[in-house]
Design a protein around this ligand. Structure first.
Ligand SMILES: Cc1cc2nc3c(=O)[nH]c(=O)nc-3n(C[C@H](O)[C@H](O)[C@H](O)COP(=O)(O)O)c2cc1C
Length: 193
């Protein structure tokens, strides 16, 4: 498999077919997440896969309501995120258990800062694994952070109490998605020889 081709061809997908993702494929997609790297192997992620339609719609409606009270700017992305979630057959909520931060509290305060950062970095790696593995099965996704505004309400619905980092919407694409461009590589990468 040409991984660079897969990475370059992936686009955020916000509209999905109703067709459910087979459980075997979901299993492989989330498995790729837990195989990400993490500091000292602490594996700070916790992943919840939600296919229950009424829970998905409940989360979408919480976001819709929130979009009315968060002011201009974020409100637009919040309401479009709510629509993406509403129309998604499956959502994957990714949490931070803070297991490494709790361990690092024994050490100097600066180390706690590094621990916080390393958890976010490790979980971002897990999320990217999930996105790319989904793509490899022809499954589109949208990585969303705006639901974190509604963490408390979402946790109540899902009966979870960790720190919410992301909700990924996933499903078979019902749109092509927009080609998002990248700045020239020379602007972003420096070689020091
Ligand atoms: C960390 C992160 C957070 C994002 N949060 C949201 C979000 O809350 N709502 C949303 O609709 N899209 C969200 N996106 C999707 C981006 O807006 C989208 O990926 C971007 O337009 C680039 O498109 P591409 O993924 O096709 O390259 C997020 C993406 C990332 C990586």
């Amino acid at each position: 498999m040409d991984i660079l081709k897969l990475i370059k061809e992936r686009r955020t997908i916000r509209k999905y077919k109703k067709k459910a993702i087979p459980q075997k494929i979901i299993q492989k997609i989330v498995e790729s997440g837990i195989w990400a790297s993490s500091i000292h192997g602490f594996q700070p992620w916790r992943i919840a896969v939600i296919t229950n339609k009424s829970k998905i719609k409940e989360i979408a409606s919480i976001l819709r309501n929130k979009s009315k009270s968060i002011g201009t700017g974020p409100n637009i992305l919040m309401s479009s995120t709510a629509e993406t979630i509403y129309n998604s057959p499956t959502i994957i909520a990714v949490y931070n258990t803070k297991v490494f931060v709790n361990f690092a509290k024994k050490f100097r305060a600066e180390y706690v800062k590094i621990a916080q950062l390393s958890e976010i970095e490790a979980i971002s790696g897990a999320i990217q694994n999930i996105v790319l593995t989904a793509e490899s099965f022809g499954i589109g996704s949208c990585w969303t952070v705006l639901p974190v505004f509604c963490e408390k309400e979402i946790n109540k619905i899902l009966n979870l109490n960790n720190s919410l980092l992301t909700i990924l919407t996933v499903g078979y694409p019902a749109e092509e998605g927009k080609r998002s461009l990248r700045k020239p590589i020379n602007e972003k990468v420096k070689y020091l020889k």
